[in-house]
Design a protein around this ligand. Structure first.
Ligand SMILES: Cc1cc2nc3c(=O)[nH]c(=O)nc-3n(C[C@H](O)[C@H](O)[C@H](O)COP(=O)(O)O)c2cc1C
Length: 362
């Protein structure tokens, strides 16, 4: 089989991408108290587009202030958010890039909102209440409205965040979702929220605008969401016409361990998490474009994943925090991201928020 050129254009539905590199959604804490983005965020997205990333996924946007995951998170819950977001899409399009909005509801993890989820839960630090049926319906509607605002702001599409323990993955996981009504129990019921959200968004955006999903492939938790269940959900999304699925994973608060447990056996893919999971999801989704995220730093591994047919798109977050022009550098012959020095400290997700503490001052 001829070598697939990662740097050659790729078509996602009707959207033409410059190449097969995706910037996985990477949030900052830089929006103002009302969730409105400012020049720092606009500037960051312009840099990524100038760095020739094929598809940029904007860091998660809350669909409802109740689902705001953290302070400084940007929103798409109000028409007042549109003009700032339009500057982001303008900066990307002005440099020939494509950008999709990731929309999210934090559920239990809504640190800056109102903690609620499929079932009540209490930890040492916080407690969350179970959502009633009206609140679930409200969340579905909020996703649709947020998607419409994203389109108004000039985004090329939308990605539903259904990974990393936020509301959508809470509903999917039997560990988190202990409901006995139509939103819990069987996988069909646990996946109802994601299904309804997907269909609601389609009803706003129509069939031509790309709608994708970032899906947990495994909770890595006893009695949690499994790869077999993920494959079933992904298969259904593919049948519904989802334009792309980004395969990610992780449990409830044990990300680092998950990554270790999900390493591929193939030495060529040793740095990549979830490769085996992605293969299973591929079986269930056929030709639906898949992006794989987590752990990439070497071009050889990225090439191997695409060449073997595991995924169509290579998705990167932390490597592009340090090197916004990484894709340009890889095209010019650099073999790996300089973040091979990344020791997974995750300060870029904590104290530093979107800055790498290896070389950038806090
Ligand atoms: C600073 C930071 C912010 C992130 N924000 C988001 C986000 O908004 N949405 C999301 O789905 N994942 C988010 N992630 C997770 C990444 O998209 C990605 O799944 C994870 O970092 C693994 O990919 P990597 O090894 O290329 O960094 C974030 C990660 C970091 C480090």
């Amino acid at each position: 089989m001829a070598a697939i050129d990662l740097f050659a254009p790729y078509t996602l539905g009707l959207l033409k991408l410059r190449n097969r590199f995706v910037r996985s959604a990477t949030t900052s804490a830089w929006a103002d108290g009302h969730g409105i983005v400012g020049p720092e965020i606009v500037g960051r997205y312009g840099e990524l587009a100038r760095g020739e990333v094929g598809l940029i996924i904007k860091g998660h946007l809350y669909v409802d202030p109740k689902g705001k995951a953290h302070a400084g998170m940007a929103g798409a819950s109000d028409d007042a958010h549109i003009s700032g977001l339009a500057q982001v899409t303008g900066a990307v399009h002005g440099s020939g890039g494509a950008i999709v909005a990731q929309i999210n509801h934090g559920g239990w993890e809504a640190e800056a909102g109102e903690r609620m989820g499929p079932s009540a839960v209490e930890t040492q630090e916080w407690r969350a209440r179970a959502m009633d049926a009206g609140e679930i319906r409200e969340a579905v509607g909020a996703f649709g409205e947020a998607a419409r605002r994203c389109l108004d702001a000039g985004f090329d599409g939308v990605q539903i965040h259904a990974a990393h323990g936020y509301l959508m993955s809470q509903f999917l996981s039997r560990l988190a979702n202990r409901r006995t009504d139509e939103w819990g129990g069987s996988l069909t019921n646990r996946a109802r929220l994601l299904r309804e959200v997907y269909l609601e968004i389609r009803s706003y955006l129509g069939d031509d605008v790309p709608v994708g999903v970032k899906l947990n492939c495994d909770d890595f938790s006893e009695d949690g969401f499994t790869v077999e269940e993920a494959a079933e959900v992904a298969g259904e999304l593919a049948r519904f016409g989802a334009d792309f699925i980004e395969v990610s994973g992780g449990g409830f608060g044990e990300q680092a361990r998950c990554r270790q447990r999900a390493r591929a056996n193939d030495p060529a893919l040793a740095e990549v998490s979830f490769a085996g999971h992605c293969a299973r999801i591929r079986q269930a989704t056929g030709g639906t474009p898949l992006a794989l995220v987590d752990g990439f730093s070497n071009l050889a591994a990225m090439q191997a994943v695409v060449q073997s047919g595991l995924a169509d798109l290579v998705s990167l977050s932390r490597p592009l925090i340090r090197e916004r022009d990484l894709v340009t550098k890889l095209a010019a012959g650099q073999a790996e991201a300089t973040c091979t020095r990344c020791d997974g400290c995750h300060d870029c997700f904590g104290v530093a928020m979107l800055r790498c503490t290896l070389d950038e001052p806090l």
